[in-house]
Design a protein around this ligand. Structure first.
Ligand SMILES: *Cc1c(COP(=O)(O)O)cnc(C)c1O
Length: 472
């Protein structure tokens, strides 16, 4: 299996080659040259597998340059009840016959990103050890991604994490989650500024090629193909959990931001998983919903991005979307490159009049959006009717999912975070605090370790230099 750029301008690479890389050199995203298929007998065998076995069976189709025994060890040590709270890893909660929540948020940071990030941490450690290399991950976070990355990389040999966050702007829970980590390879940097200041510093350092090379600076962003591959697994697991035979179809509702989660569903469907619809749910930042309805993809300027109560879906553009559009275009990378050059120049492309637009229906995608009022109403409805507490992002998915629900087709709504992370909105909806897993009861009172700094790239560089002088 080789990986090529969506825009067609990069030499084919192996899975391990692209694992530690970001964008392809031509600015595109890496995708598998051809989509692997799951045969009917394979699908039948997969139904009986536990999560780690299933992860191995699917990932071995993408990571075929990792020796099978090694990959097996990596999936076995990643997907354990100790890390994910239960042997099922992603248990299904049935609200009523035909309506389910796929629980993806029982990992260490209580959000779905852990499912892929925990594997990524182990893959990185493995690949770096093989190459005798080290990696310093530099990132900016306003909450979720940074904590998922830190919990995945903590204690990993050959890896350090330098994570910038805007001082005093994350929730007390999120702050405590990150700053209470005591591992010597995790460095939290609280920047006197806003999230954009953090992002600017990361970009400035990323543009300093000499520094980047000397200090082996890398990232863990959502365009990493290994994260997509790891997310495919729970679509299969969810499918098996709510069906009896592989002749049945199911639909998935997916709270979407950068399009990584639902892209994994799209790949699962192409591999042969009997998915009827992939329901793309957005919040007020409805770039994606607009595209699915109109065929017009219009990225938003910073001033147009709404700060919502489902903040992890507040996007101006969807970084993984390019991979899906390549498929709509029948894998014509020249046509794809044209569309993205139009996005870069004019902030928009329009395929409403082309054959690609008609492919959307073929690909199973439908969409919808929701508002703060919708989230409150949905959280309340699910609580009162089913006794289940869902978070704001999951609520976006349930709201849009129900709009597209069809009789006779089970609907799985992906839970992307636990309510415990968004207590303010839960109190507004239900007049009570969310439930919190016991292990997190005292998290805000644990000792915190972080460095406060001005929004100054030079100061961050000095800090990195000072803290990379000893091996980890
Ligand atoms: C990241 C995130 C999303 C959006 O997922 P994408 O893969 O970016 O579409 C939704 N909900 C939560 C809680 C998240 O952390």
């Amino acid at each position: 299996m080789k990986y090529v750029s969506t825009r067609g301008g990069a030499a084919p690479q192996t899975f391990t080659d692209i694992l530690l890389e970001g964008l392809a050199p031509d600015g595109g995203l890496y995708v598998p040259q051809t989509c692997p298929r799951v045969s009917a007998p394979e699908l039948a065998a997969m139904r009986r597998m536990n999560y780690a076995q299933l992860a191995y069976a699917l990932l071995s189709k993408f990571a075929d340059d990792i020796p099978p025994a090694d990959l097996r060890r990596l999936t076995d040590s990643t997907y354990t009840a100790a890390v994910f709270g239960s042997a099922d890893i992603v248990p299904v909660k049935t609200l009523e016959p035909g309506l389910h929540i796929l629980s993806l948020s029982n990992g260490p940071t209580l959000a779905f990103k852990d499912v892929a990030m925990q594997l990524l941490g182990n893959l990185f450690e493995y690949a770096l050890a093989k190459r005798g290399a080290t990696l310093n991950i530099l990132g900016a976070t306003s909450g979720d991604t940074g904590s998922a990355a830190e919990y995945a990389m903590r204690g990993k040999r050959g890896i350090r994490v330098f994570m910038l966050s805007p001082q005093g702007r994350m929730s007390p829970f999120q702050t405590a989650q990150m700053f209470s980590l005591a591992d010597p390879n995790i460095f939290n940097i609280a920047v006197r500024g806003v999230f954009d200041d953090c992002q600017d510093i990361v970009k400035a350092i990323g543009n300093d090629q000499a520094f980047k090379a000397e200090f082996h600076i890398g990232t863990v962003n959502s365009i990493n193909w290994a994260r997509i591959a790891a997310q495919i697994v729970y679509y299969f697991k969810g499918y098996f959990a709510v069906t009896r035979s592989n002749s049945e179809q199911v639909s998935f509702a997916v709270p979407s931001g950068n399009f990584g989660n639902i892209l994994a569903g799209h790949i699962a469907r192409q591999m042969g998983l009997p998915i009827h619809r992939l329901i793309c749910a957005t919040n007020e930042n409805n770039v994606l919903d607009e595209f699915f309805r109109t065929g017009c993809y219009r990225v938003r300027g910073a001033a147009e991005v709404h700060a919502t109560s489902s903040p992890s879906m507040d996007i101006s553009k969807a970084s993984n979307f390019e991979r899906y559009v390549l498929d709509l275009l029948g894998r014509d990378s020249a046509a794809l490159a044209k569309l993205w050059s139009s996005v870069e120049k004019e902030g928009v492309f329009d395929i409403s009049k082309s054959a690609a637009f008609r492919q959307i229906a073929e690909s199973g995608f439908v969409s919808g959006s929701s508002t703060h009022a919708d989230r409150l109403a949905t959280i309340r409805m699910v609580w009162e009717k089913y006794g289940a507490m869902i978070d704001t992002h999951t609520a976006d998915g349930v709201k849009v999912g129900l709009e597209h629900r069809e009789s006779g087709v089970p609907l799985l709504c992906l839970e992307t975070a636990l309510a415990a992370k968004f207590s303010e909105t839960i109190r507004e909806a239900l007049g009570r605090d969310p439930e919190r897993p016991a292990a997190y009861a005292d998290i805000e009172s644990r000792p915190q370790r972080f460095e406060v700094m001005d929004a100054d790239a030079q100061a961050v560089k000095t800090f990195i230099r000072r803290n990379t002088s000893v091996m980890c």
